[in-house]
Write a new protein. Structure first.
Length: 155
């Protein structure tokens, strides 16, 4: 491994550990996140819902932890999320692709992966749009998701 690659990985690790303490990764939500893309898409088709796919690093990514704490763990988002099938791919560390989510990663993420990445998918698995984390809580996040949802012919 080259010295610069090791340094980058080490710095990402340190940032992640700092974010862990800063954002408290133990915030819980009452949402039902699936971790299997095939199951999520089958459920979305059955229920005629869109899929909200969250690519996250829940234990080491500061922005991911902030999104979870400021948005996903709020009652407002919990209520809003009922119109979606929720799917999560959780990266265990900055350099590993989760085995269970590898097919989703290769299908939807290209190039350098920036987390968190939230995709809105049709029940057939077509990518309809991407939402990034922005400070401002559930109102900002829901507003960004709604722009994608309202642009769809079936919404």
């Amino acid at each position: 491994m080259q010295k610069s690659s090791f340094l980058k990985i080490f710095l990402l690790f340190l940032l992640g550990m700092g974010g862990f303490w800063l954002f408290n990764a133990n915030a819980k939500d009452n949402l039902h996140w699936l971790d299997d893309g095939k199951v999520a898409l089958a459920q979305a088709k059955k229920e005629n819902k869109l899929v909200l796919l969250d690519f996250t690093g829940s234990t080491w990514c500061p922005a991911c932890m902030a999104l979870h704490k400021e948005v996903f763990s709020t009652p407002k988002f919990e209520d809003y999320s009922k119109k979606f099938v929720l799917l999560r791919v959780d990266f265990p560390d900055p350099v590993s692709v989760p085995r269970k989510g590898a097919a989703l990663v290769s299908k939807y993420l290209t190039g350098d992966i920036a987390l968190p990445t939230i995709l809105i998918l049709s029940p057939e698995g077509k990518k309809l749009g991407t939402v990034d984390y922005k400070p401002g809580g559930p109102d900002v996040f829901i507003g960004d998701v709604e722009k994608i949802v309202k642009a769809q012919p079936h919404s």
